[in-house]
Design a protein around this ligand. Sequence first.
Ligand code: FES
Ligand code: FES
Length: 215
Amino acid sequence: MTQRPPETSSSAGVSRRRFLQGSGTALAAGVTTSEASSSAGPAAAPRLSGEVEVTFQLNGEARTALVEPRTTLLSLLRHHLSPPLTGTKEVCDRGNCGACTVQIDGAPAYSCLTLAVDLAGRSVRTIEGVGSPESLHPVQRAFCEQDAAMCGFCTPGFVVATVAALEQEPQASLERVKERLSGNLCRCGTYPHIFAAVQEVTGQRTDEVFREEGR
Ligand code: FES
Ligand code: FES
């Protein structure tokens, strides 16, 4: 049923297990650095910051950032860039809700479970790279027309996941769309409107969506 965790694992190269292993490696690396600097004496140049340089594509532009090995892509986007990219939302921060969904090399991925150091040479697309206020992406326009947001916190993640799904399957069936979006949660319950927006983009009848949902 839930597709995002496996997709996240294969596309972004990160799974929960690997994330934890990465954190453990970072911790171990910190200990090793500390021990090495103390044994090498004051002449050595210890690496105290532990930051790593990573170069990747962000919304079509080459970006280089200094990040600690523990820094997630979500944290990088929201707290370490200047200016920050806050369109990607932090809700659960543990891979449960999909609010932080971005595209990595075209596939949807949870940015809260993606380590920034794993982005080297990869391409990241956030909601800021999907249309603009002056020129909305068709999916964004359909979400507006179908009133597919209440609080709106889940919306950027849903839009990015929908764009990724329809880029890969432009004429996906409703069942297929639901499967592709099953890694995203909306606590306000706007699912019928979200699916109607998707159906609007794919050119299918939106009233079928509401009939199926009993509305
Ligand atoms: S904030 Fe990443 S899955 Fe919820
Ligand atoms: S619109 Fe509020 S969580 Fe989806």
